[in-house]
Design a protein around this ligand. Sequence first.
Ligand SMILES: NC(=O)c1ccc[n+]([C@@H]2O[C@H](COP(=O)([O-])OP(=O)(O)OC[C@H]3O[C@@H](n4cnc5c(N)ncnc54)[C@H](OP(=O)(O)O)[C@@H]3O)[C@@H](O)[C@H]2O)c1
Length: 341
Amino acid sequence: MRAWRYTSTSPTLESNLVLVDNLPLPTLPPSPSEPTLLIRVISASLNPVDYKLPSFPLIGRFIIPRPATPGGDFCGEVVQLSPEGTTRQNAKFKTGDLVFGRLDAPRQGSLGEYMVAPASACAKVPESVEVDAAAAVPTAGLAEYKVLVSGGITEGDRVFINGGIGGTGTLGVQIARAMGCHVTATCPGEKSELCRTLGADVVIDYVKEDVVRALEKEGKVFKMVVDNVGRSERLYAASGRFLVEGGVFVQVGMPSIWRAMLAMIKRTMLPRFMGGGVTKFHLFLIKGGEGLDKLGEMMVEGKLTPHVEKVYEFEQVPEAVAKLREGQCEGKLVVHVGNRD
Ligand SMILES: NC(=O)c1ccc[n+]([C@@H]2O[C@H](COP(=O)([O-])OP(=O)(O)OC[C@H]3O[C@@H](n4cnc5c(N)ncnc54)[C@H](OP(=O)(O)O)[C@@H]3O)[C@@H](O)[C@H]2O)c1
């Protein structure tokens, strides 16, 4: 089979990617601790974690043993199950099923023609949903969905989504809207029309406007802040002035894991005068695939349509990873890995 492989990430993951065309198919463990699937990948989508984790300073190479194939999100066809046959746990899948899903770090491998995934990280692709759309949603869509659901968000609540136009944001805005929320989101002015089309009621141009001031002007009205950017200390420090009593500030975006960990320690453990405890804070880390079925339903109902900025051919993976790292993506980047039939 063919797969993109890397043995180094210096200076970047993409500059080290090599397309190897004679790799053996991955094998399923005969007695896995949980039902496991061998999947022929048709489409994959990229997430920042795909290049961030392998490039993690000092320990990246130990977290993911090399040579390795990057990629976490996928849509593909089940070709084999382990344990073989139908058990109560894996009865939801059979060979030939079209599934979509995601791998939890440090597992990777969707930028290869075949990959292994736990059944718990997969869901069946509903009939009317396109393969590329299914591949586009798992990590970014599930992160936003879980954040909103775990925050007890209900119809009529006001939600602020910081970073409304990237992979997470374009899905988060639609999911919050589908849940009946009033959505305020940030993005550069030239992309505000798209952000509104996806479901934002109010768009703040973060390039031209002072976001904190714009939110403070609204008053204490937001039930939740979903911070997909994670770079502004001032945003959290001011959140007591625009979150309702008991509202929650959830950080999804992690420009650096160390910075995010420090923010969490500071905001949850330190007293208010030292920058902590301003409002309830939660650092979100996605795990597993629970909820993918719900995202599939939302796609069937037309409530969730991933905005895909560009679809790349398999040979263009280094270009796609470079584009994601460069930033300013409008929605998701998808890669065609194999054929539908
Ligand atoms: N915690 C988790 O479980 C989890 C899950 C998924 C993703 N993430 C993290 O979440 C972050 C976002 O992921 P993603 O997939 O959305 O990445 P992405 O597709 O690269 O999108 C990032 C977006 O943020 C926008 N942006 C940059 N600075 C901004 C600012 N100051 N205000 C508003 N928007 C700004 C960029 O657009 P413009 O530059 O055009 O504005 C870009 O579209 C990453 O750090 C990723 O690692 C975490």
